[in-house]
Design a protein around this ligand. Structure first.
Ligand SMILES: O=C(O)CCC(=O)C(=O)O
Ligand SMILES: [Fe+2]
Length: 257
């Protein structure tokens, strides 16, 4: 059913005639949406060139070692629009991208920031997490993930999601490296857009190839600020980025260990 969804929306995309109502409905049912061929390859190549230029030799992470060790996550973030790399503004000016966002978040949605995530060969990806605490269902971020180059089985770094989990509260505490019933795996190709609710359980698998890159244009409903993603929920802890600290140790109960 999920693969059918990808193909159905894909055909409509290519016609530049996407059914926004259907996209909105499916997003809110599943907590994610995969849209292949959403972006022109030429623009993807242009952005990818900037990304490679930036990360050429710059693979020092601002995230500390305790975070890496505890979260089982290894990415190096870069915020190109904060450095006025104007090519990245082109994504924001694509009308269909803005319309799709508005159909999901409402007209006054908040454009938070764009973040490139780079993972080098041999890194572990990102363990299962929710980008922000799920206790308040109205307080969430919307990931708008853009893939400027193919993610392939040889590279690794596929993204896994568990459909419908944006409705179900906190990711169960336990071992970070597990399989969940119903989990789905995606190898996004160049030009793919993945819309992913911040409460949907998701992870990124280890990177075996030279490197892996994704770019997230994060957004949120009106009045939800960028700080919404300050606390991330992992299976073994809640981590607060602004103070670089574990704010809650999570211990499995017998039922979900
Ligand atoms: O890079 C990806 O495919 C997903 C990254 C992620 O978990 C996020 O941006 O919240
Ligand atoms: Fe995430």
């Amino acid at each position: 059913m999920h693969y059918f969804l990808v193909l159905l929306l894909d055909k409509r995309n290519l016609g530049r005639n996407m059914d926004l109502k259907l996209a909105q409905q499916r997003f809110w049912e599943e907590g994610y949406l995969v849209l292949e061929n959403f972006f022109e390859w030429e623009l993807m190549d242009e952005l990818h060139e900037y990304i490679l230029k930036h990360f050429n030799g710059v693979v020092e992470s601002v995230l500390n070692d305790e975070f890496k060790e505890r979260s089982k996550s290894e990415i190096v973030p870069w915020f190109p629009q904060r450095e006025n790399v104007e090519a990245f503004d082109k994504i924001d000016s694509i009308q269909q991208f803005a319309d799709l966002t508005a159909s999901i978040l409402g007209e006054d949605w908040n454009n938070l920031y764009s973040m490139v995530m780079f993972s080098a060969r041999g890194t572990c990806g990102q363990a299962w997490h929710q980008d922000c605490p799920p206790e308040d269902m109205g307080r969430f971020n919307l990931n708008r993930l853009i893939y400027t180059a193919d993610i392939t089985p040889e590279i690794g770094g596929q993204i896994m999601v568990v459909p419908g989990t944006h409705k179900g509260g906190a990711l169960p505490a336990g071992d970070p490296d597990v399989d969940f019933d119903g989990q789905l795996e995606f190898f996004p190709q160049k030009g793919t857009l993945i819309l992913l609710h911040g409460h949907t359980w998701h992870r990124v698998m280890p990177v075996k190839g030279a490197y892996r890159v994704s770019t997230n244009y994060r957004s949120a409903p009106a009045n939800i600020p960028a700080e919404v993603t300050d606390v991330c929920v992992y299976r073994n802890m809640r981590y607060q980025f602004s103070i670089n600290q574990v704010i809650e140790e999570r211990v499995p109960t017998v039922a979900n260990s």
